[in-house]
Ligand binder design. Structure first.
Ligand code: ADP
Length: 352
């Protein structure tokens, strides 16, 4: 009741106002009757009261409706992106509702959405700024190196048998690094804009992993790292995913296990049945990742071991691409690692 008094609806305002006016008129007629100025019987007084009440109610409702409609229209014009439609005219206002409370709620919701929009825009702006900064930082080092080698060669080094081939090779390595960075950047941007469509098909996990192992065997040999299936977890599973993109995920994870591996180490790949999906794990006994870096390794350009990553020509984008690809498949990726002991990366795939 007290809420109704505090927040009256337009209808109750009209009723109260009409009642007050009718009572005043009734009182006046009462005074006139006592002073014998008018002579109404009881029925006439009731009819007069009701007629005054209903006339006042209709007049009040009409003006209130129009007044409210004009005010609300102004507010809606500002907060709604769509135009007020023809059907939303003053007739559509329900006076028995607390119109002002409804508008207040809609304005509050609008303000909340606006705040969220602003927050998202701010986050995107920071992301864009950081991304540009990161890219230029990444490109600067190889460009600077290439510049140095070429200048030294032009300034006479070209005829120096001791350095000419070495510097040209180093320049070529840096060009290759630039190429990898640009390729990874392209992949990331296509994944982020959703341009990269998934070509989902059914394939066997074992065959794909065998192909990846075969491709990387030579690289692994340089560190005498053994690439193999995990004993007891080498059974083939048919999965549904984009085979080429999953090859890239596996490639990135196995390449990392070699890059951040220990000499004479090993990398084991295992498949685990998890009911509706399959968990694929790539486990190494390499250098591991410090606890404080675990959460950040999937961020683009983040490197836990900066010197080794750069030495090995890493773009710092590999795990970020891996995360994007698994998320595009609506699957998850996780990491367990102990510094000095090794790391295990696991991602899921939908079972056929
Ligand atoms: P990068 O090109 O530097 O290898 P990634 O995105 O692939 O970039 O990896 C990010 C960082 O995570 C690496 O710089 C490295 O410090 C760490 N990392 C990734 N995989 C491993 C691993 N298997 N063992 C230890 N550290 C790893």
């Amino acid at each position: 009741m007290s809420n109704k008094i505090k927040n009256p609806t337009p209808q109750s305002i009209s009723i109260y106002a009409s009642l007050v006016i009718s009572m005043v008129i009734l009182l006046l007629f009462g005074v006139f009757s006592v002073s014998k100025l008018v002579n109404f019987d009881f029925t006439e007084i009731i009819i007069l009261f009701l007629s005054v009440f209903f006339t006042c109610y209709l007049v009040f409702s009409y003006f209130l409706k129009n007044y409210i409609y004009r005010k609300i229209k102004l507010i809606y014009k500002n907060i709604r992106s769509t135009k007020i439609t023809g059907s939303e005219n003053s007739k559509s206002i329900d006076l028995s509702n607390n119109v002002f409370q409804d508008v207040g709620e809609e304005v509050a919701l609008w303000a909340e959405n606006r705040n969220k929009e602003i927050e998202t825009l701010k986050a995107m702006e920071t992301y864009r700024r950081n991304f540009l900064g990161d890219i230029s930082h990444e490109l600067k080092t190889p460009i600077f190196n290439i510049q140095g080698y070429i200048h030294t060669l032009l300034e006479g080094g070209l005829y120096d048998e001791k350095i000419n081939k070495k510097f040209l090779t180093r320049a070529a390595n840096n060009v290759e690094r630039l190429h990898f960075i640009v390729e990874d950047l392209e992949a990331i941007s296509r994944l982020e804009t959703g341009e990269m469509k998934l070509d989902v098909q059914t394939f066997g996990t074992r065959k794909l992993t065998e192909e990846v192992i075969e491709d990387l065997e030579m690289t692994a040999e340089e560190m005498n790292i053994e690439l193999s299936f995990k004993e007891g977890a080498d059974q083939n599973f048919e999965v549904r995913a984009d085979r080429e993109k999953i090859r890239r995920v596996l490639m990135n994870l196995v390449v990392n296990s070699i890059k951040y591996g220990k000499i004479d180490g090993h990398t084991k790949i295992g498949f685990y049945d998890m009911d509706s999906y399959i968990l694929i794990e790539v486990a190494d006994n390499g250098i591991g990742i410090e606890k404080e870096h675990l959460k950040r390794v999937f961020e683009r350009f983040f490197r836990a071991d900066k010197s080794r990553s750069r030495k090995q020509g890493g773009s710092g984008l590999g795990l970020s691409i891996v995360k994007h690809i698994t998320e595009a498949h609506k699957q998850t990726i996780n990491l367990r690692s102990t510094y000095g002991v090794g790391s295990t990366f696991g991602f899921t795939l939908e079972k056929e």
